[in-house]
Structures are given as C-alpha cells and as structure tokens.
Design a binder for this molecule. Structure first.
Ligand SMILES: [Zn+2]
Length: 371
C-alpha cells in the first residue's frame, strides 16, 4: 500500500490541511476504482468501513490478487472533520459559507465537449481515453478560491478518470441504501446486492451536482451531445448510504467491506474473492418516486414506523404533536414502498423532512435530494 499526502490550499497563515490517499494495486492499471469516506464529515460509519476495507485490500495486495488499481481516501473531508459548533460536529455544510460539501461539483460535459469533438473517432475505447484525459485536464485547470473549493477539486481529480467511484456516506437513521444513475441500473443492482441494500434509488440528474454524478453524468451527457460518436458510460458511480450515523459496528463494517470487495471482484478489480452470489434485497426504484414525509407545523415527532419497514399508501408514519393547541397531526404516506430513512431530531419545524419512503407512484421534479 502506498500512502500519498495532498496538501490543500491554506485558508490562513499557520493552518494547513491535507488529504491522505491510500493506493493499492498497480498505478495506472485498469479497472481503476476510487472510494472515499465521509465527504459529509460527520457520517463516520463510512470511515469505519474504510478501515476494514483497507485491511482487506492490503491482504489482497499481499496475495497478488489486485488486478486493477484501488484509490481509497478514508477521510475525504478534513475541513468538515474539524468543524465543531457548540459541542456538535458539523460535517455536512461548510461553516464558512453554508455550502454543502457534496454539492456544486463542476458539470464536466459542457467543459470538455468542444475540445473532444475533433478528437473522437468510431473507436469507443479510444474515445474513452480521450474523454478521460480531457475531463482530468478540465478539473486540473480549475482555480480554487478557498480551501473547500480546493478540497472538491483535489477529490474530483483523484476520481474523475476512474472506472468505478464509490462515495461512502450514511443517513441519519436508516437502512443500507444507495443512489446511482438511471442508465446504470444493472450495475447499481449488483452493488446493492453485494451490500445488502434495501433501496436502490436512480436518477439521471438529482440536482446541484453531487460528487458521484460529477464523475458519471458527463458520459451520459456527452452521449447526448455527440450522438455521432460511440461513447461508453465509462464510469459507474454510486453514493452509498451505510445505514444511520450511529451505526458504527465492527461486524457490520466488516460485512460492508467484504460486500465492497465482492462487488470489486465482479467488476474485475480483484480476483480470488469467493463469489457468494448475494441475492438482491430490492429492485431499483426512481429517486423521483422517493416520498418525503414532511412536517406541516412545529411539534414533537412520534414515529409509528421504523426504517426497513414496508408501508402501504395511507399508513400513518408519524404524529406531530402540538402541546399548546392539543393538535396531533397524523402524517400518512401516499406511496407503497420501503421506509428507508428517518430524521434524528424529534422536534419538527414546518417543512422538515421526517422520513423517506422508496416508492414508485410519485413523480417528483426539481431537486430530488435533501438539501
Ligand atoms: Zn452524506
């Protein structure tokens, strides 16, 4: 295993943060896999999975079974890891300006379409290499105005030419689920099966350009922008939600790391992993069909249903209790589906999303992810 340190742009004199990058396999070998943990820095179960994954990959390297290259960043967000406010860890938003660490990555298709058009041919593999080089150059040419922009740039630079990108997160209180690109449904289903995901949520554009989509969607966009050339969807990416934020458990983390390795074996990155043929626990559903259960007014939240439970339209998911008026508002879901995530706090304000259900009957539009 090689350890690389990338110094980030300093925000003020005397401060310097850095990324530690663990590399397995042969530099430049294919398939290339990029895995990062806790881009939302308070989602620490992802860091525990990285810990177990690093051990498995180190063993695979010692056994000579890493065929491609694996790049693992166990702490993807050193800025967020250091952010505490009044005793609470704040890892989702940049305290400097409120920006979400997993939004606002560049839309690379628009940046490279003009430069790659004259270079593309009818050879799909040659086109893949050409587009990867152009995207890498587009990321490298960005200038960073502050440490968070530099962090986003350095992470994307590590990932953008990979065949597989796994962005490991967790939700607040949830079962295992993942997000991926609709045209990559089959691979997403394989990953979901390997990890025991209870929901696989698909979109072609979920809104505000999260990290995984910055790596995957350019290929999809370039197919539409340049229909005269054969262009592969050369990067599979997913955001993996490793249950809830308090689910730090060695047995589960080791199981998850083994699930990642089983998936990597299916993708031809490592060999010698027993093919345990895990059975998918769900079929992928559209992210636009994910139903948020939203509080209409302030009050105390009392849940009637737990993550992992199947619900049917009309079921009561939660009450919101207003002790002043005596009102108890029952919140019912519209969709049949799986309740896959709940909020952490039991105090609701108007508009707060209390729970999410993976259904198929809704067709939401606009920004599909939580802010
Ligand atoms: Zn997250």
């Amino acid at each position: 295993m090689q350890i690389q340190t990338i110094e980030l742009l300093s925000g003020s004199p005397g401060t310097q943060q850095s990324l530690q990058v663990l590399r397995f396999g042969t530099p430049g070998a294919r398939p290339k896999v990029y895995i990062q943990s806790a881009l939302h820095a308070d989602e620490v179960p992802a860091i525990l999975v990285a810990h177990h994954l690093a051990q498995l990959l180190e063993q695979a390297q010692a056994d000579g079974t890493v065929c491609g290259e694996v790049v693992l960043v166990p702490f993807a967000n050193p800025i967020g890891l250091g952010q505490h406010l009044f005793g609470q860890h704040q890892g989702r938003f940049d305290l400097r300006d409120g920006g979400n660490f997993n939004r606002g990555y560049p839309e690379l298709a628009a940046k490279v379409v003009d430069s790659v058009r004259p270079l593309l041919t009818q050879d799909v593999d040659s086109n893949t290499r050409c587009i990867r080089a152009a995207m890498l150059q587009a990321v490298e040419s960005q200038t960073s105005a502050n440490p968070t922009q530099d962090l986003k740039k350095q992470l994307l630079k590590l990932a953008v030419d990979a065949d597989v990108v796994l962005d490991l997160h967790c939700d607040t209180d949830a079962v295992m689920h993942l997000y991926a690109l609709t045209p990559q449904s089959a691979t997403a289903e394989q990953l979901g099966a390997a990890l025991g995901a209870r929901a696989v949520l698909l979109a072609t554009e979920s809104g505000d350009s999260p990290f995984d989509e910055a790596c995957t969607r350019p290929w999809f966009d370039l197919q539409k922008l340049l229909p005269e050339f054969p262009i592969a969807l050369a990067c599979f990416g997913a955001t993996v939600e490793l249950r809830g934020e308090t689910d730090t458990n060695h047995a589960l983390a080791e199981q998850d790391a083994q699930g990642v390795c089983a998936f990597l074996a299916q993708q031809g990155v490592i060999s010698g992993v027993p093919d345990s043929l895990r059975i998918a626990q769900c079929v992928p559903t559209p992210l636009s069909g994910s139903e948020p259960i939203t509080a209409p007014h302030a009050g105390v939240v009392v849940f009637h249903r737990n993550p992992g439970e199947r619900v049917v339209g009309g079921d009561v998911i939660a009450d919101v209790v207003d002790a002043l008026t005596g009102n108890v508002t029952q919140l019912r879901c519209k969709s049949d589906g799986l309740l896959y995530a709940r909020c952490g706090s039991r105090w609701a304000v108007p508009g707060k999303r209390l729970a999410k259900i993976a259904g198929t009957s809704l067709a939401r539009t606009g920004k599909l992810l939580s802010p």
